[in-house]
Design a protein around this ligand. Structure first.
Ligand code: MFK
Length: 560
């Protein structure tokens, strides 16, 4: 009989994930537990059932039609079959609304992001518009007028697919997505309190959204404007009028991207797009930061979710695949790789959900001052740590399938292509490393991180003591490096040189401390202990990877 390999199957995303179940349910008060479990199960049923089926069986991608048969410019984007259904699911399951559900109190964000984690791997990155929708709701609730809140936020938070709006975040221009302060779009006053936006937005994902938050450089009646970040203002834009006509904007093209192929990312031309200032006529970068905090948390949770999917598939396959006389899962070397994947997946999970929890506590005014400070530094750390973990480990997971991991219609290569967006979208690893330093301008932030890690390690169970020593040593060395660097004459440039190694060390050591806390929590799932011990054997401390400044300068013939 000829041999045919049994393909991997996706296990039920909720019942097969003891780490997620244990982490979330252990934090939810008993009175809410049944309801929360029911809601998470419902999302998992869809993510492991209908959405997964659509993901595997429909392959159409979004299309842009710029002209109608009679020569009119129409710029209509048709979404993929999968995305149309994902949009309905996102609304009815409250993927955004749950985060603002007062009946869940300070747990709202944790429950919401547990849903996001379950939904993401079967969503074809529908989480992209949802992240921006959530960020826009948060930003308008923080800075917007009552009118904007009533008009937009009620729709952004709706659970009715016919009512729910999504929002874009149009920040990146041809000048780039990192140094936003050099953006060129001009905002010219219309004379009635609104502005007309003129410029090009280079990466606008979720171009089909009903609204967007964007930045523009305000120009006064005499044509003057201020340079740099302070000259940019934050604007609210609706993409179409009540008759469905585009708001003085045209779509140049859809981006031909490596991954996230269902996300209709487009280049937009704004030619007088009517926009309402959200808060004053300057300081737009500062005013959009609530959005960045939220979307970066989504990024971290989605990276963790995709990593879980890749690991689950690799483990399932290892149970089915027979080679060299037995199932791969019984081969000691292959099990090393699977254990590493499982440990990395769990570390990503606890770091991302910790950020989510803290966000919920801050928003419900129950966070301590230390927790607020911790949230500020943890947000960039969680984003940069999980982004890199996703790319490296999804790649490892594909390797677990040998050649099959390289074949398009197994569905596996898409996982790797989509993972590559996590370190890019919402700020690259280096930009977020620098944001970590920005957060540390308030010394209490770094202190809060060390303090919480210390608390986790102080109560370490005897079975994870060695792992606790690894985490403590990494934190000690990071603190020593910081002190030594700041005491140098060239302190600030040296700090920047080592920012990525420093931030990576912090997030990996903090992930280990969180795993140790789970392993040491009375009654916790027993698999946390081997996960913590395994993660402790990965590379936690990255500070030995800072290259010499003279060498990096000589490599490119640049002055030091
Ligand atoms: C899913 C499908 C995706 C499809 C493909 C997408 C491909 C990629 C498309 C993209 O381009 S995504 C890139 C999106 N871009 C970003 O996420 C922004 C990246 N850049 C940064 O985050 C920079 O750090 C930043 C623009 C914020 C730096 O700008 P500045 O002008 O140098 O900031 P500055 O002067 O340090 O900060 C201005 C104010 O904001 C300060 O407040 P004060 O005026 O009170 O001092 C800062 O403290 C504050 N601030 C900055 N970052 C903050 C923050 N506050 C809180 N949290 C933060 N993270």
């Amino acid at each position: 009989m000829a041999f045919f390999q049994s393909p991997p199957t996706v296990p039920h995303p909720w019942t097969s994930d003891p780490a997620l179940r244990d982490y979330v349910l252990s934090r939810i008060p008993e009175a809410l537990r049944g309801r929360v479990e029911g809601e998470l199960r419902a999302v998992a049923d869809l993510a492991g059932g209908e959405l997964l089926h659509l993901l595997q069986t429909t392959h159409d991608e979004p299309t842009l039609t710029q002209w109608d048969p009679w020569g009119n410019r129409i710029d209509v984007i048709e979404l993929s079959t999968h995305w149309k259904r994902a949009a309905e699911v996102a609304a009815t399951e409250g993927l955004v609304a749950t985060g603002y559900d007062k009946s869940l109190g300070a747990h709202a964000r944790l429950v919401q992001f547990a849903k996001v984690y379950l939904f993401q791997p079967s969503s074809n990155v529908y989480t992209c518009p949802l992240a921006m929708t959530d960020g826009a709701a948060k930003t308008l609730l923080t800075h917007g007028s009552k009118e904007l809140q009533e008009r937009a936020v009620t729709r952004l938070l709706s659970r009715d697919p016919k009512v729910m709006w999504t929002s874009g975040q149009w920040m990146t221009e041809r000048t780039g997505g990192s140094d936003v302060a050099i953006s060129e779009t001009e905002a010219r006053p219309n004379g009635d309190g609104t502005f007309g936006l003129f410029g090009t937005k280079w990466f606008t994902s979720a171009t089909t959204s009903q609204m967007a938050l964007t930045l523009g450089r305000t120009v006064d009646e005499t044509g003057n404007s201020r340079a740099g970040g302070p000259g940019l203002a934050l604007f609210y834009v609706e993409t179409r009028d009540d008759a469905g006509k585009l708001n003085a904007l045209s779509i140049n093209r859809l981006k031909d991207k490596l991954g996230t192929r269902h996300v209709p990312t487009a280049e937009l031309n704004l030619s007088g797009t009517r926009a309402i200032p959200v808060k004053g006529t300057g300081d737009g970068i500062k005013n959009i930061t609530p959005m960045l905090t939220v979307t970066r948390t989504w990024n971290a949770v989605c990276a963790a979710g995709d990593l879980r999917r890749a690991t689950a598939l690799a483990v399932d396959y290892a149970k089915k695949r027979i080679a060299f006389g037995g199932p791969l899962i019984d081969k000691p070397l292959h099990r090393q790789t699977l254990a590493m994947l499982e440990a990395e997946t769990r570390a990503a999970l606890v770091v991302a959900l910790r950020a989510a929890e803290l966000l919920g506590r801050e928003e419900h005014d129950v966070a301590t001052p230390e927790e607020r400070d911790l949230l500020r530094i943890l947000t960039p750390l969680a984003k940069l740590g999980t982004g890199k973990q996703a790319v490296v480990n999804v790649s490892e997971a594909l390797e677990c399938f040998g050649g099959a991991g390289y074949i398009e219609d197994t569905g596996l290569p898409r996982l790797l292509r989509d993972a590559q967006v996590f370190p890019i979208w919402e700020g690259t690893t280096n930009v977020l490393s620098l944001d970590t330093l920005r957060a540390m301008k308030n010394p209490s932030s770094f202190h809060a991180l060390l303090q919480h890690a210390h608390t986790c390690l102080q109560h370490a169970d005897v079975s994870v003591q060695d792992a606790a020593i690894v985490a403590k040593r990494a934190f000690d060395e990071a603190s020593a490096w910081l002190e030594a660097t700041l005491s140098q004459e060239q302190g600030l440039p040296a700090l920047e040189t080592g920012a990525r190694a420093f931030a990576t060390t912090l997030v990996r050591a903090y992930g280990l401390a969180l795993l140790i806390a789970e392993a040491s929590r009375p009654g916790s799932d027993p698999t946390w202990k081997p996960a913590a011990r395994t993660y402790a054997k990965t590379r936690i401390n990255h500070l030995d990877g800072i290259f010499d400044n003279d060498d990096t300068a000589q490599l490119f013939s640049r002055p030091t």
